[in-house]
Design a protein. Structure first.
Length: 469
């Protein structure tokens, strides 16, 4: 208990500020080879042939790997959770984004590795690419993904759906309908430490992998699946991650290093250059978010229709998970009794996107808060008072019918107003998160409140407008 409330030094702080912290790139193993990758120069193209013979013949080159060297080339990071795999570790048949890895080499020096990459002969047939998620599903748009333009594996649907209440009725009864379109864009993680791994073959037949991963056993499972090895043959060594923010769950370098180490029987390191980190590492996904709110002139939100398009890039990766989280947060911190949400994962010929800080949540939160300010402006209402009126309270149910028992929206909003010097009316200053009563329990919110002690609201099939979750 001596530590509670005390100002204690970080256990690793001194090493950080004196430059003595050891990262993956600081690990030195005698005989380590350099890795470089042959990447696609095209956003979309068929791969007609690959010839690595000239590269393999170069003095100082110890291994070259292509898709033919991967025991299980297509394995999804979320396959163990039921998300089907669609992305090859090394391209075969086609390339779907500029920078996709086709082959990798391990050589005595960086210069030799780069020369070997240049010596690999690849014949491409360039094809039209898709970059705009708003037209990816158009009938005349080019097709490139085996599943079509959208990820189709959300149970019986090709998108994530949420239905609650009677949305059509809410819009019929609204005084005002406020619409908005919001497009949060891609963001590069920019970690100080780029993607890096070191794979070391051991005399016992095991493989030791020094990794910058944010999720040690997750990445270990991914490598084992590609190699078709038992986990017992792998030893993962983590350590201090030099900035991850979500991007280092991708297992970007570990498996290819492992393949090259096995083939060359030498330690192999692959460190992304800063140029690679910017151009070919995953980003936060761009989104297209459309919101339509049915509101009353005195500031109640009766219903919301939401359509979101998530740009997965060329492959699914973590995008289905991101849209699922997105679907749980599309009403923000506010109680809306009637909702209809449709979220699509859309494929484009961009770099595949991935997790980043609040994956799937921050983007929709941005859209929701911007939209509420727009609603307040249309109604001529104070934006914080609008938020306080519709804020989650005890007993309210979310769009996914989860019952709230300790929401903090009112307290946080009032604290923010005070800190910003933003004046709100007396009736708003006295608000709490307690269960709704009186003026805070208008007719349209009565049925959406759950009985005390309940954790999930009862599912009423007559109020789903023909759809389910």
């Amino acid at each position: 208990m001596k530590a509670v409330g005390a100002r204690l030094p970080r256990y690793d702080g001194l090493a950080h500020i004196t430059g003595r912290t050891q990262y993956v790139d600081d690990v030195r193993i005698h005989g380590t080879l350099w890795t470089k990758a042959l990447r696609s120069p095209h956003h979309h193209a068929a791969v007609r042939s690959i010839d690595t013979s000239r590269a393999e013949a170069l003095p100082g080159v110890h291994a070259v790997v292509t898709a033919q060297d991967v025991p299980r080339n297509v394995y999804g990071h979320l396959e163990a959770l039921g998300v089907p795999a669609d992305e090859p570790l090394l391209a075969e048949g086609d390339v779907r984004w500029k920078g996709q890895v086709i082959a990798a080499v391990a050589a005595e020096s960086e210069e030799i590795a780069l020369a070997a990459v240049d010596a690999i002969d690849v014949e491409f047939e360039e094809r039209e690419a898709v970059f705009d998620i708003r037209r990816a599903a158009d009938p005349d748009a080019p097709t490139f993904h085996q599943w079509g333009p959208v990820y189709p594996h959300f149970g019986p649907h090709n998108h994530r759906r949420v239905r609650k209440g009677d949305v059509d009725r809410a819009f019929d009864e609204a005084d005002v309908i406020v619409e908005g379109v919001y497009r949060p864009q891609a963001i590069e993680h920019v970690p100080m430490e780029t993607q890096v791994a070191l794979a070391v073959p051991e005399a016992s037949g095991r493989l030791t992998i020094y990794s910058c991963t944010q999720a040690m056993y997750f990445s270990m499972g991914v490598v084992a699946a590609h190699l078709q090895w038992p986990l017992s043959k792998l030893k993962f060594v983590g350590g201090t991650v030099g900035g991850g923010f979500g991007g280092k769950v991708d297992t970007a370098t570990e498996t290819i290093c492992a393949l090259l180490a096995i083939k060359s029987r030498r330690p192999v390191k692959w460190r992304f250059t800063r140029e690679e980190e910017f151009l070919v590492s995953s980003t936060r996904a761009p989104w297209h978010i459309e919101l339509r709110d049915a509101v009353t002139t005195d500031g109640w939100i009766l219903g919301r229709r939401t359509l979101t398009l998530h740009d997965a890039g060329a492959y699914a990766r973590f995008s289905p998970y991101g849209v699922t989280k997105h679907a749980f947060h599309h009403t923000g911190a506010y109680t809306i009794p009637n909702v209809r949400f449709d979220g699509f994962v859309v494929f484009t010929n961009r770099v595949p996107t991935t997790a980043m800080r609040g994956f799937g949540v921050t983007s929709v939160s941005l859209a929701v808060e911007l939209h509420l300010s727009r609603v307040a402006d249309v109604l001529g209402m104070d934006p914080l008072e609008l938020r306080l009126k519709n804020a989650n309270r005890v007993g309210d149910t979310t769009g996914n019918r989860v019952v709230l028992h300790d929401p903090s929206t009112v307290a946080v909003t009032l604290a923010a107003a005070e800190a910003a010097g933003h004046e709100v009316g007396e009736e708003y200053r006295s608000m709490t998160s307690d269960r709704r009563t009186g003026d805070l329990l208008p007719e349209h919110l009565v049925e959406q409140q759950a009985p005390e002690g309940a954790h999930m609201a009862t599912f009423d099939p007559t109020l789903t407008n023909g759809g389910g979750h």
